[in-house]
Design a protein around this ligand. Sequence first.
Ligand SMILES: Nc1nc2c(c(=O)[nH]1)N[C@H]1C(S)=C(S)[C@@H](COP(=O)(O)OP(=O)(O)OC[C@H]3O[C@@H](n4cnc5c(N)ncnc54)[C@H](O)[C@@H]3O)O[C@H]1N2
Ligand code: MOO
Length: 394
Amino acid sequence: MISVDEALAQLFALAQPLGTEEVPLREAAGRVLREDAVARRDQPPFAGSAMDGYALIAEEAVVGASFEVIGESAAGHRFDGTVSAGQAVRIFTGAPIPDGATRVVLQEDVTREGDRITLGERLDTGPHIRAAGIDFRAGDRLTAPRLLRPADVALLAAMNAPRLTVSRRPEVALISTGDELVLPGEDPGPDQIIASNTFGLEALFRAHGATVRLLPLARDSRASLEATFALASGADLVVTIGGASVGDHDLVGRVAADLGMEQSFYKVAMRPGKPLMAGRMGAEMGGAMMIGLPGNPVSAMVCGHVFVAPVLRALQGLPPAPAPLARAPLLEDLPANGPRAHYMRALLSPEGLRPAGSQDSSLLSLLSEAGALIMRPPEAPAARAGEILPYLPL
Ligand SMILES: Nc1nc2c(c(=O)[nH]1)N[C@H]1C(S)=C(S)[C@@H](COP(=O)(O)OP(=O)(O)OC[C@H]3O[C@@H](n4cnc5c(N)ncnc54)[C@H](O)[C@@H]3O)O[C@H]1N2
Ligand code: MOO
C-alpha cells in the first residue's frame, strides 16, 4: 500500500498535458489558459473622471470660487477644447478629462446657476482622476497556465482579447460495473440499486473541465467488461467504478491487465478509498491513463475529489498539485487516527467542523449533507475541540 502523496505523484507522472485549442472569450471561463494573453491597449486609454461633477484646474478649487461652465465631457464623447483659468467642464464618470483640467469636483459640492458653478463648503481633496494605464498597459500579460475565473474573463475582455488559447478538454470514459446496477429512472429488481456515484462523478469531472463519455453499465463478467473497455478507446482517461476489491466478482484489475494495462499502483493507505488502482492502458486503447475507483459510493466520490480532480487539472496543463485544503476549528474531540489517511465527512458551519456520526462509506445522504472532508494524516494524534484542522471543501 502506498501513501496518498505517492499515489498522487504516480498519477501526475501519468498525466501529461493535453494539446490546446482556440476558444472565443465567452467560452473561456473554467478553461485553462495555455498561452499568455497580451493586452492590446492601455486601460483606461485616457485619463478619466472617477465621479460625476466638474473638471477644472486643481489650484483654483477653493471654497466659494466660481467658474464658467464651457462644455461637457461624457463617457464616449470627450470635450475637445481646453480648460483655462476660471473655467469648468461638466463631466461624468468614465469621461475623458479635458486638456487643462487637473481635478474633478463632485456635483454634490457645487451650486449651479445657468452656466456658472460655485464651490460649496464641504470640498474634498480630489482629484478624482484615473490616470491612463493604471489598470494595465499595452503589452501586459495574463500569464499561462491559469484556470480562468469570471474576473479573468472580464480582464481579458478589457484587454481586447476576443480569442484565447486554452487546453483541450480531457475526455473521460466513465465505466460503472456491477450486476446490481440500474440507471436512474429504470425499474430496479429487488436485489438491484441505482447507479449513483456514476452521476456524482460525472458532475465532478465536468466541473473540472472534462467532457464525459458515459458508457453503458458493465456487468460482472469478463465479456461485458472487455466490451465496455473497448468502447472507451480514444478517451484521454478511463475511469472505472467498482469491481476493484478482492471479491470473486471484482474483475476490473484482471480484465484491464489482460487488455494491456500497465499498473502503476493498487491500494492506497487511506479511508475511504483503499482499493484504488491506476495505470496506463495498452496501445490498442490509445495508451489512455486509467484510474479504477472503489465502488462504495462515498469512497468513489472521495477518490474523485482527492485524485481525479487534480489529475484533470494536470491534464489541462496546470502545475500538478493536490486538491487545495482549507482550515477551520474542530467542534468535537477526535480520537487518534490509525495507519491510513482518513477523509472524514464533516458538517461545515461558520463555527467550524463537526465530524459526521457515522463514517460508513456507503452513506451518500451524509456525504451530501457534509460540506467538508476533514483530512486526518496517518497516525495523527487525538485532536481536541478548538484545534484548527485542514479539510477538503466539498
Ligand atoms: N475482504 C475485503 N472486502 C472488502 C475490502 C477488503 O479490503 N477486503 N475492501 C472494502 C472496501 S474499503 C471497499 S471501498 C469496497 C470496494 O469494492 P469494489 O471496488 O470492488 O466495489 P463493488 O464491490 O463493486 O461495490 C461496492 C459497493 O458499492 C456499490 N456500487 C458500486 N458501483 C456503484 C455505483 N456506480 N453506484 C452506486 N453504488 C455502487 C455496490 O453495489 C456495493 O454495495 O470493497 C470492500 N470490501
Ligand atoms: O476504502 Mo473503502 O473505500 O473504505 O469503503
